[in-house]
Ligand binder design. Sequence first.
Ligand code: BGC
Length: 257
Amino acid sequence: MTAPVSDLPPASLDAAFGVDIGGSGIKGAVVDTLTGQLRTQRVRIPTPKPSTPDNVAEVVVQLVTKANWTGPVGATFPAVIKSGVARSAANVDPSWIGTDVDAVFSKATGLDVTVLNDADAAGLAEVRFGAARGVSGVVILLTFGTGIGSGIFLNGKLVPNSELGHLELEGHDAESRAAASVKDKQKMSYKQWAKRVQAYMSHVERLFSPDLFIVGGGVSKDADRWVPLLKLQTPVRPAQLLNNAGIVGAAMAAAER
Ligand code: BGC
């Protein structure tokens, strides 16, 4: 359900449409970029299979059309994004590599679309409106989902495309050991999985000595079941914007472009 058209704000820099592109669902809503609140109800459409650029662009068109939105659009994408172009595809269709995602979505919607990495977007939202609000120094947001995403911030400013989910851990790609999807696939308890997260996060801690970790992704809603098991020097806070962090961060990137 979307808000009635008459309730929609005019397109302006205090609002943008945020789209969060994930492996199973694509979500969108109009975001008040000054407060981080959603102005319309979030709409979710299952990620098409195969998740090729054309198929995904079609869903983005559906979301903005449903909301009658004609202003700037921000979209997250689970890959390295350099100047709008996807440079990796760990958990999405390989046909994305080298695709100008910005251009594909802008052409399909007829709107100005800004694309950025999904964890970078979630981090922008947490730094401005959530768990890292007002925190200076080095903040690292890690999202645990299908893969592991990362966003590094220095005094609130993003260092984009950090890809810490692909650090090598015990001879493996870290996300293949410690992503939330591994917990599900291997039917691990939070206690068992927390040991993997511990090994991973202490590795990240040794490399970056951050001032604060924010942990996000679907598992952040159960943070009390695993975050207290972690033994790190760095404080760890669960993400606060939960399901909306990507949408809000994407809209912020679009409004601030
Ligand atoms: C990708 C990242 C992404 C993360 C979370 C990783 O596999 O390489 O770009 O941020 O998954 O979706």
